[in-house]
Design a protein around this ligand. Sequence first.
Ligand code: F6R
Length: 607
Amino acid sequence: MCGIIGVVQKKGDAAPFLHQALKRLEYRGYDSVGITTIYNNQLFTKKDKGKIDEVHASLNLDDLPGPIGIGHTRWATHGIPSLYNSHPHFDCDNKIAVVHNGVIDNFLELREELKQKGHKFHSETDTEVIPHMIEDYMKNGMDLKSSVRAVSERIEGTYAIVVMTTLESDKIVCTRDGNPLVIGTRPDASYVSSDIPAFLPMTNDMILLLDGEIATLTTCGVSIEKISDGTPVKRDVIRISWTADQAQKGGFPHFMLKEIHEQPMAIKNTLHLRSDAIRPAAEMILNSKKVYLIAMGTSGHAAMAGKHMLAALGGIFSTFELASDFPDTIYGTLTEDDCIIAITQSGETTDTIAAVKYAKSFGAKVIAITNVIGSSITRIADHTIITQAGPEIGVAATKTFMVQLTALALLALMLGETNSFLDQNTLRKKRESLTKLPDIVSDVIAKSEEHARRLSAILYDRPSFLFLGRGISIATANEGALKLKEISYNHAEGYSAGESKHGPIALVHDGFPVVFVIPNDATRNRIIGNVMEMKARGATIISVIEEGDNDLIELSDHYITIPKGVEPEFSTIPFVVPLQLFSYYMAIKKGHDPDKPRHLAKSVTVL
Ligand code: F6R
């Protein structure tokens, strides 16, 4: 949440780059934006509330002098979106500029202390204490780096901080604890950002910055030290394979639609993961007594589906828990014989990281499934499976969901093979089905997009929807409902079709839309009963079914079909696609921007 960026370049003005980089980070927050540069030992700033394009239209964010600068796109936590609450924030003399992502828990106490010393505050943010503290330290003779170190020792909470000052106008200093920061490097410039796509057009060479480290960026390069004792840190440059094009819309009107269309390729690339990426995870699971899947949001739905895959294909029973509630559910019953599979596309979700740290405190083993190399979770997990979706910019997760499911399918099959839960024929059949999924998903996109658009024109004004499934399709139904509510703002609930008659059915009246997810698996015949129950109460039945399922075609008011030949354990992968497209076109029909849903941000780094 919140996107931060900084650049130190040898020549040329920094502002046009910072502006474009913020556009690439806008998915992290979009209620206000600001840029500050240094030129002739003076700070130059443009900032205001509003989306980047709106603020640029009125202020021209490109028109700031100087080759060094920092920028911020905000997702409000402390203080409403306003000019004064927008970052960067400054000290009393306007010599120190700070951008920050995270939450400083003890800011009230620090602010009071600084006010007593005569500091004047202009915002309601927690961030503003930082430049004032640095001002004090520098007035007492410390240099910028030591001042940032001293600040990090006083503040409590989670943070990524990027600072520059006219008092040392050749550099940027940054540090992190619990919030992401990555460094980009090339011979004539250094970059620091919340996420890789921000600097991808300039460089593919990246250096990780870990929690508790402080980095200094100058035109001569990057140096990193441990905050605790100043020990220099030597870290190799990592070359990343993501391309700048992947972080552009590539002719699509929105990132979300582009990313839905990229799903076949994302699945294919993830299917190419080498077995040594999966095997250590399978071994950890097989050596464990209890197995928990933990995640949030869409990743939680991948975990729900994963639980079915692990049982049906791998012969392993596991439990899914929301990461946010894991410690409150588990009551300390974990041991070092247990194993946690943590799923998070960003690798930065605070709820998930906190649950993993909690599990590790009992000695439990942690497997992470994430899409981001070097993200926080990769540094805590005992083994990480890196999925291959490429950068996902749309706030609503789509292709990262697909690759999480693909990775879980690979893991389940490896389990089934290693513990001989599956015989060779079954294994072969399941593997063949898995390799066909990229083509099947392509086919589903091609055939269902227009259908989803037409459905949205019919249903866009229905205030409430039920999404129902049985077995693994409860995960699919939940994901369909989440996509709809988060980008089109129609109320939607994902539910077990079996459970629906124990309460939710009371909501149903003439024309109430009920979306059924019905692959041709062992649950199909039982769910037909639920369709009949809803129909008998006047519901409009929308179903996602297998091609040629004439009984359900007959029973449905609207239906979308999925090609035959998908093994039941993988059904979430193709069956969710029409639901993603439906939610996308619902948002478009209602005039909402699906890439930037209200109140949401791509990576949720608060508890
Ligand atoms: C929904 C969505 C969120 C995330 C959730 C977890 O479209 O994107 O629900 O799935 O915030 O995020 P990660 O996977 O980064 O842990």
